[in-house]
Design a protein around this ligand. Structure first.
Ligand SMILES: Nc1nc2c(ncn2[C@@H]2O[C@H](COP(=O)(O)OP(=O)(O)OP(=O)(O)O)[C@@H](O)[C@H]2O)c(=O)[nH]1
Ligand SMILES: [Mg+2]
Length: 392
């Protein structure tokens, strides 16, 4: 019979799984090009956590390219500085950018430049020949390019477009996407124009990234919670489907503890995908909430017994055996409920609300109950505001 684990031992296991998951997120490298003042730094800071471009260590790697990294952060941003449209200078920057792309390509795939955001200012409505030439030459570098139209405050609302954007579209530039954005809210007279477009930029970028860069990007970007939950969902369904429990013969109930290593790994991975730190108090709150007992009194066996109770059919065979399907349902429900919880948590954080530990654990219990009893295998639709929920 597998050994029971105390809550503390469980937390240690999750923490180890977290470190392990973190070491597997890969690396993503984004190169940002654009004239001085178009809003490159503002954009980088709006997309990535903790103001990478301001607080990150900007290391000049050539005269015109600065590399931003942060400790324990799998994103590197290369920012081109002070690009003016003086032909001499552009040629120089171009040369340095080409060299950077080629040098990085000599290294393993995780060090390649994975995507380029070529930024132009939408409001000036200017896109010069020299920029067009450069874009057309970049094709040969085989790095996907997104043309980002920054500070785009004057789009036609209905069409979600503008003359300038349409004109650019007609040029058939060799770019994968054209994305207008306003990275930060902007005051125009007495009006405040809300930022927009970052989510689209992030989702478009994700599509273009090679595998080695996707996880790192999803984790560090903060513009799309949807992307985080989708990536976590994909992970959970893949993980459950490929696990040994599927198709396995029924396991004695007393062996249900065998599920624990699997579930701890899963919760750790989801936490990493969401880019959240491992927080002992948070996770133990979550675990105790489903165990139905507070704090350190919870044990692995107690938690498993309690989470099984909600699954139709599982509770009746206490002492008997649980089927592989039940084990899969249980694991899936835990994973999906946890994704749902982190989604609500981040949404609250972004809108400046704070949820107490009590709120969070209550919500988690409710989400789990929903998934376990319904056997639902997909995420619920976006519900930005958590409903008022009572749990007995
Ligand atoms: N409100 C608002 N201001 C922006 C936005 N993007 C850029 N700005 C403003 O435009 C100015 C230049 O933006 P930066 O992000 O520093 O431009 P940059 O491209 O990094 O410029 P260099 O580093 O000189 O090449 C700053 O004063 C920003 O506040 C935006 O999305 N919203
Ligand atoms: Mg800058």
């Amino acid at each position: 019979m597998p050994q029971d684990l105390s809550l503390n031992e469980l937390l240690i296991k999750i923490s180890q799984a977290y470190t392990d998951a973190e070491s597997k997120v890969g690396q993503c490298n984004v190169l940002v090009i654009g004239k001085t003042g178009v809003g490159k730094s503002t954009l980088i800071n709006a997309v990535f956590q903790e103001r990478l471009a301001e607080t990150g260590v900007g290391r000049p790697i050539t005269q015109s390219i600065r590399q931003y990294t942060k400790q324990n952060c799998p994103i590197t941003v290369y920012d081109t500085l002070g690009l003016e449209l003086d032909e001499e200078k552009v040629k120089k920057v171009q040369f340095e950018v080409d060299k950077l792309i080629e040098d990085q390509r000599m290294l393993p795939a995780k060090d390649h430049i994975h995507v380029i955001w070529y930024c132009i200012n939408h409001e000036t409505g200017r896109f010069e020949e020299i920029e067009e030439e450069w874009l057309r030459e970049l094709v040969h570098k085989e790095v996907p390019v997104i043309l980002v139209l920054t500070q785009a405050i004057s789009l036609d609302e209905e069409e979600n477009s503008s003359e300038f954007l349409k004109w650019l579209e007609r040029k058939n530039l060799p770019v994968s996407y054209l994305v207008p954005v306003l990275a930060e809210d902007k005051k125009v007279g007495k009006f405040n124009i809300e930022s927009y477009g970052l989510e689209r930029l992030v989702e478009a970028t994700f599509e273009l990234l090679p595998d080695v860069a996707q996880k790192a990007f999803v984790k560090e970007q903060i513009a799309s919670i949807k992307l985080k939950s989708e990536a976590a969902f994909k992970y959970v369904s893949g993980y459950v489907a490929s696990s040994a429990i599927v198709g396995a013969s029924p396991i004695p109930f007393s062996d249900a503890l065998l599920l624990i290593p699997m579930q701890t790994t899963m919760l750790a991975h989801i936490t990493v995908i969401f880019g959240l730190p491992f927080d002992k108090a948070f996770i133990s709150g979550v675990l105790s909430s489903i165990a139905g007992v507070g704090g350190m009194a919870a044990t692995g066996r107690f938690i498993v017994t309690n989470v099984l109770k909600l699954i139709p059919g599982a509770g009746t065979v206490l002492g008997g055996a649980i089927s592989a399907a039940t084990a899969a349902t249980l694991t899936m429900a835990l994973g999906l409920a946890y994704i749902e919880l982190l989604r609500v948590y981040l949404q609250a954080q972004i809108s400046g609300k704070s949820l107490s530990m009590g709120d969070l654990t209550r919500l988690f219990g409710e989400f789990y109950k929903d998934y376990a009893t319904s056997g639902r295998k997909t995420l619920k639709d976006d519900e930005p505001v958590p409903r008022e929920i009572d749990i007995e």
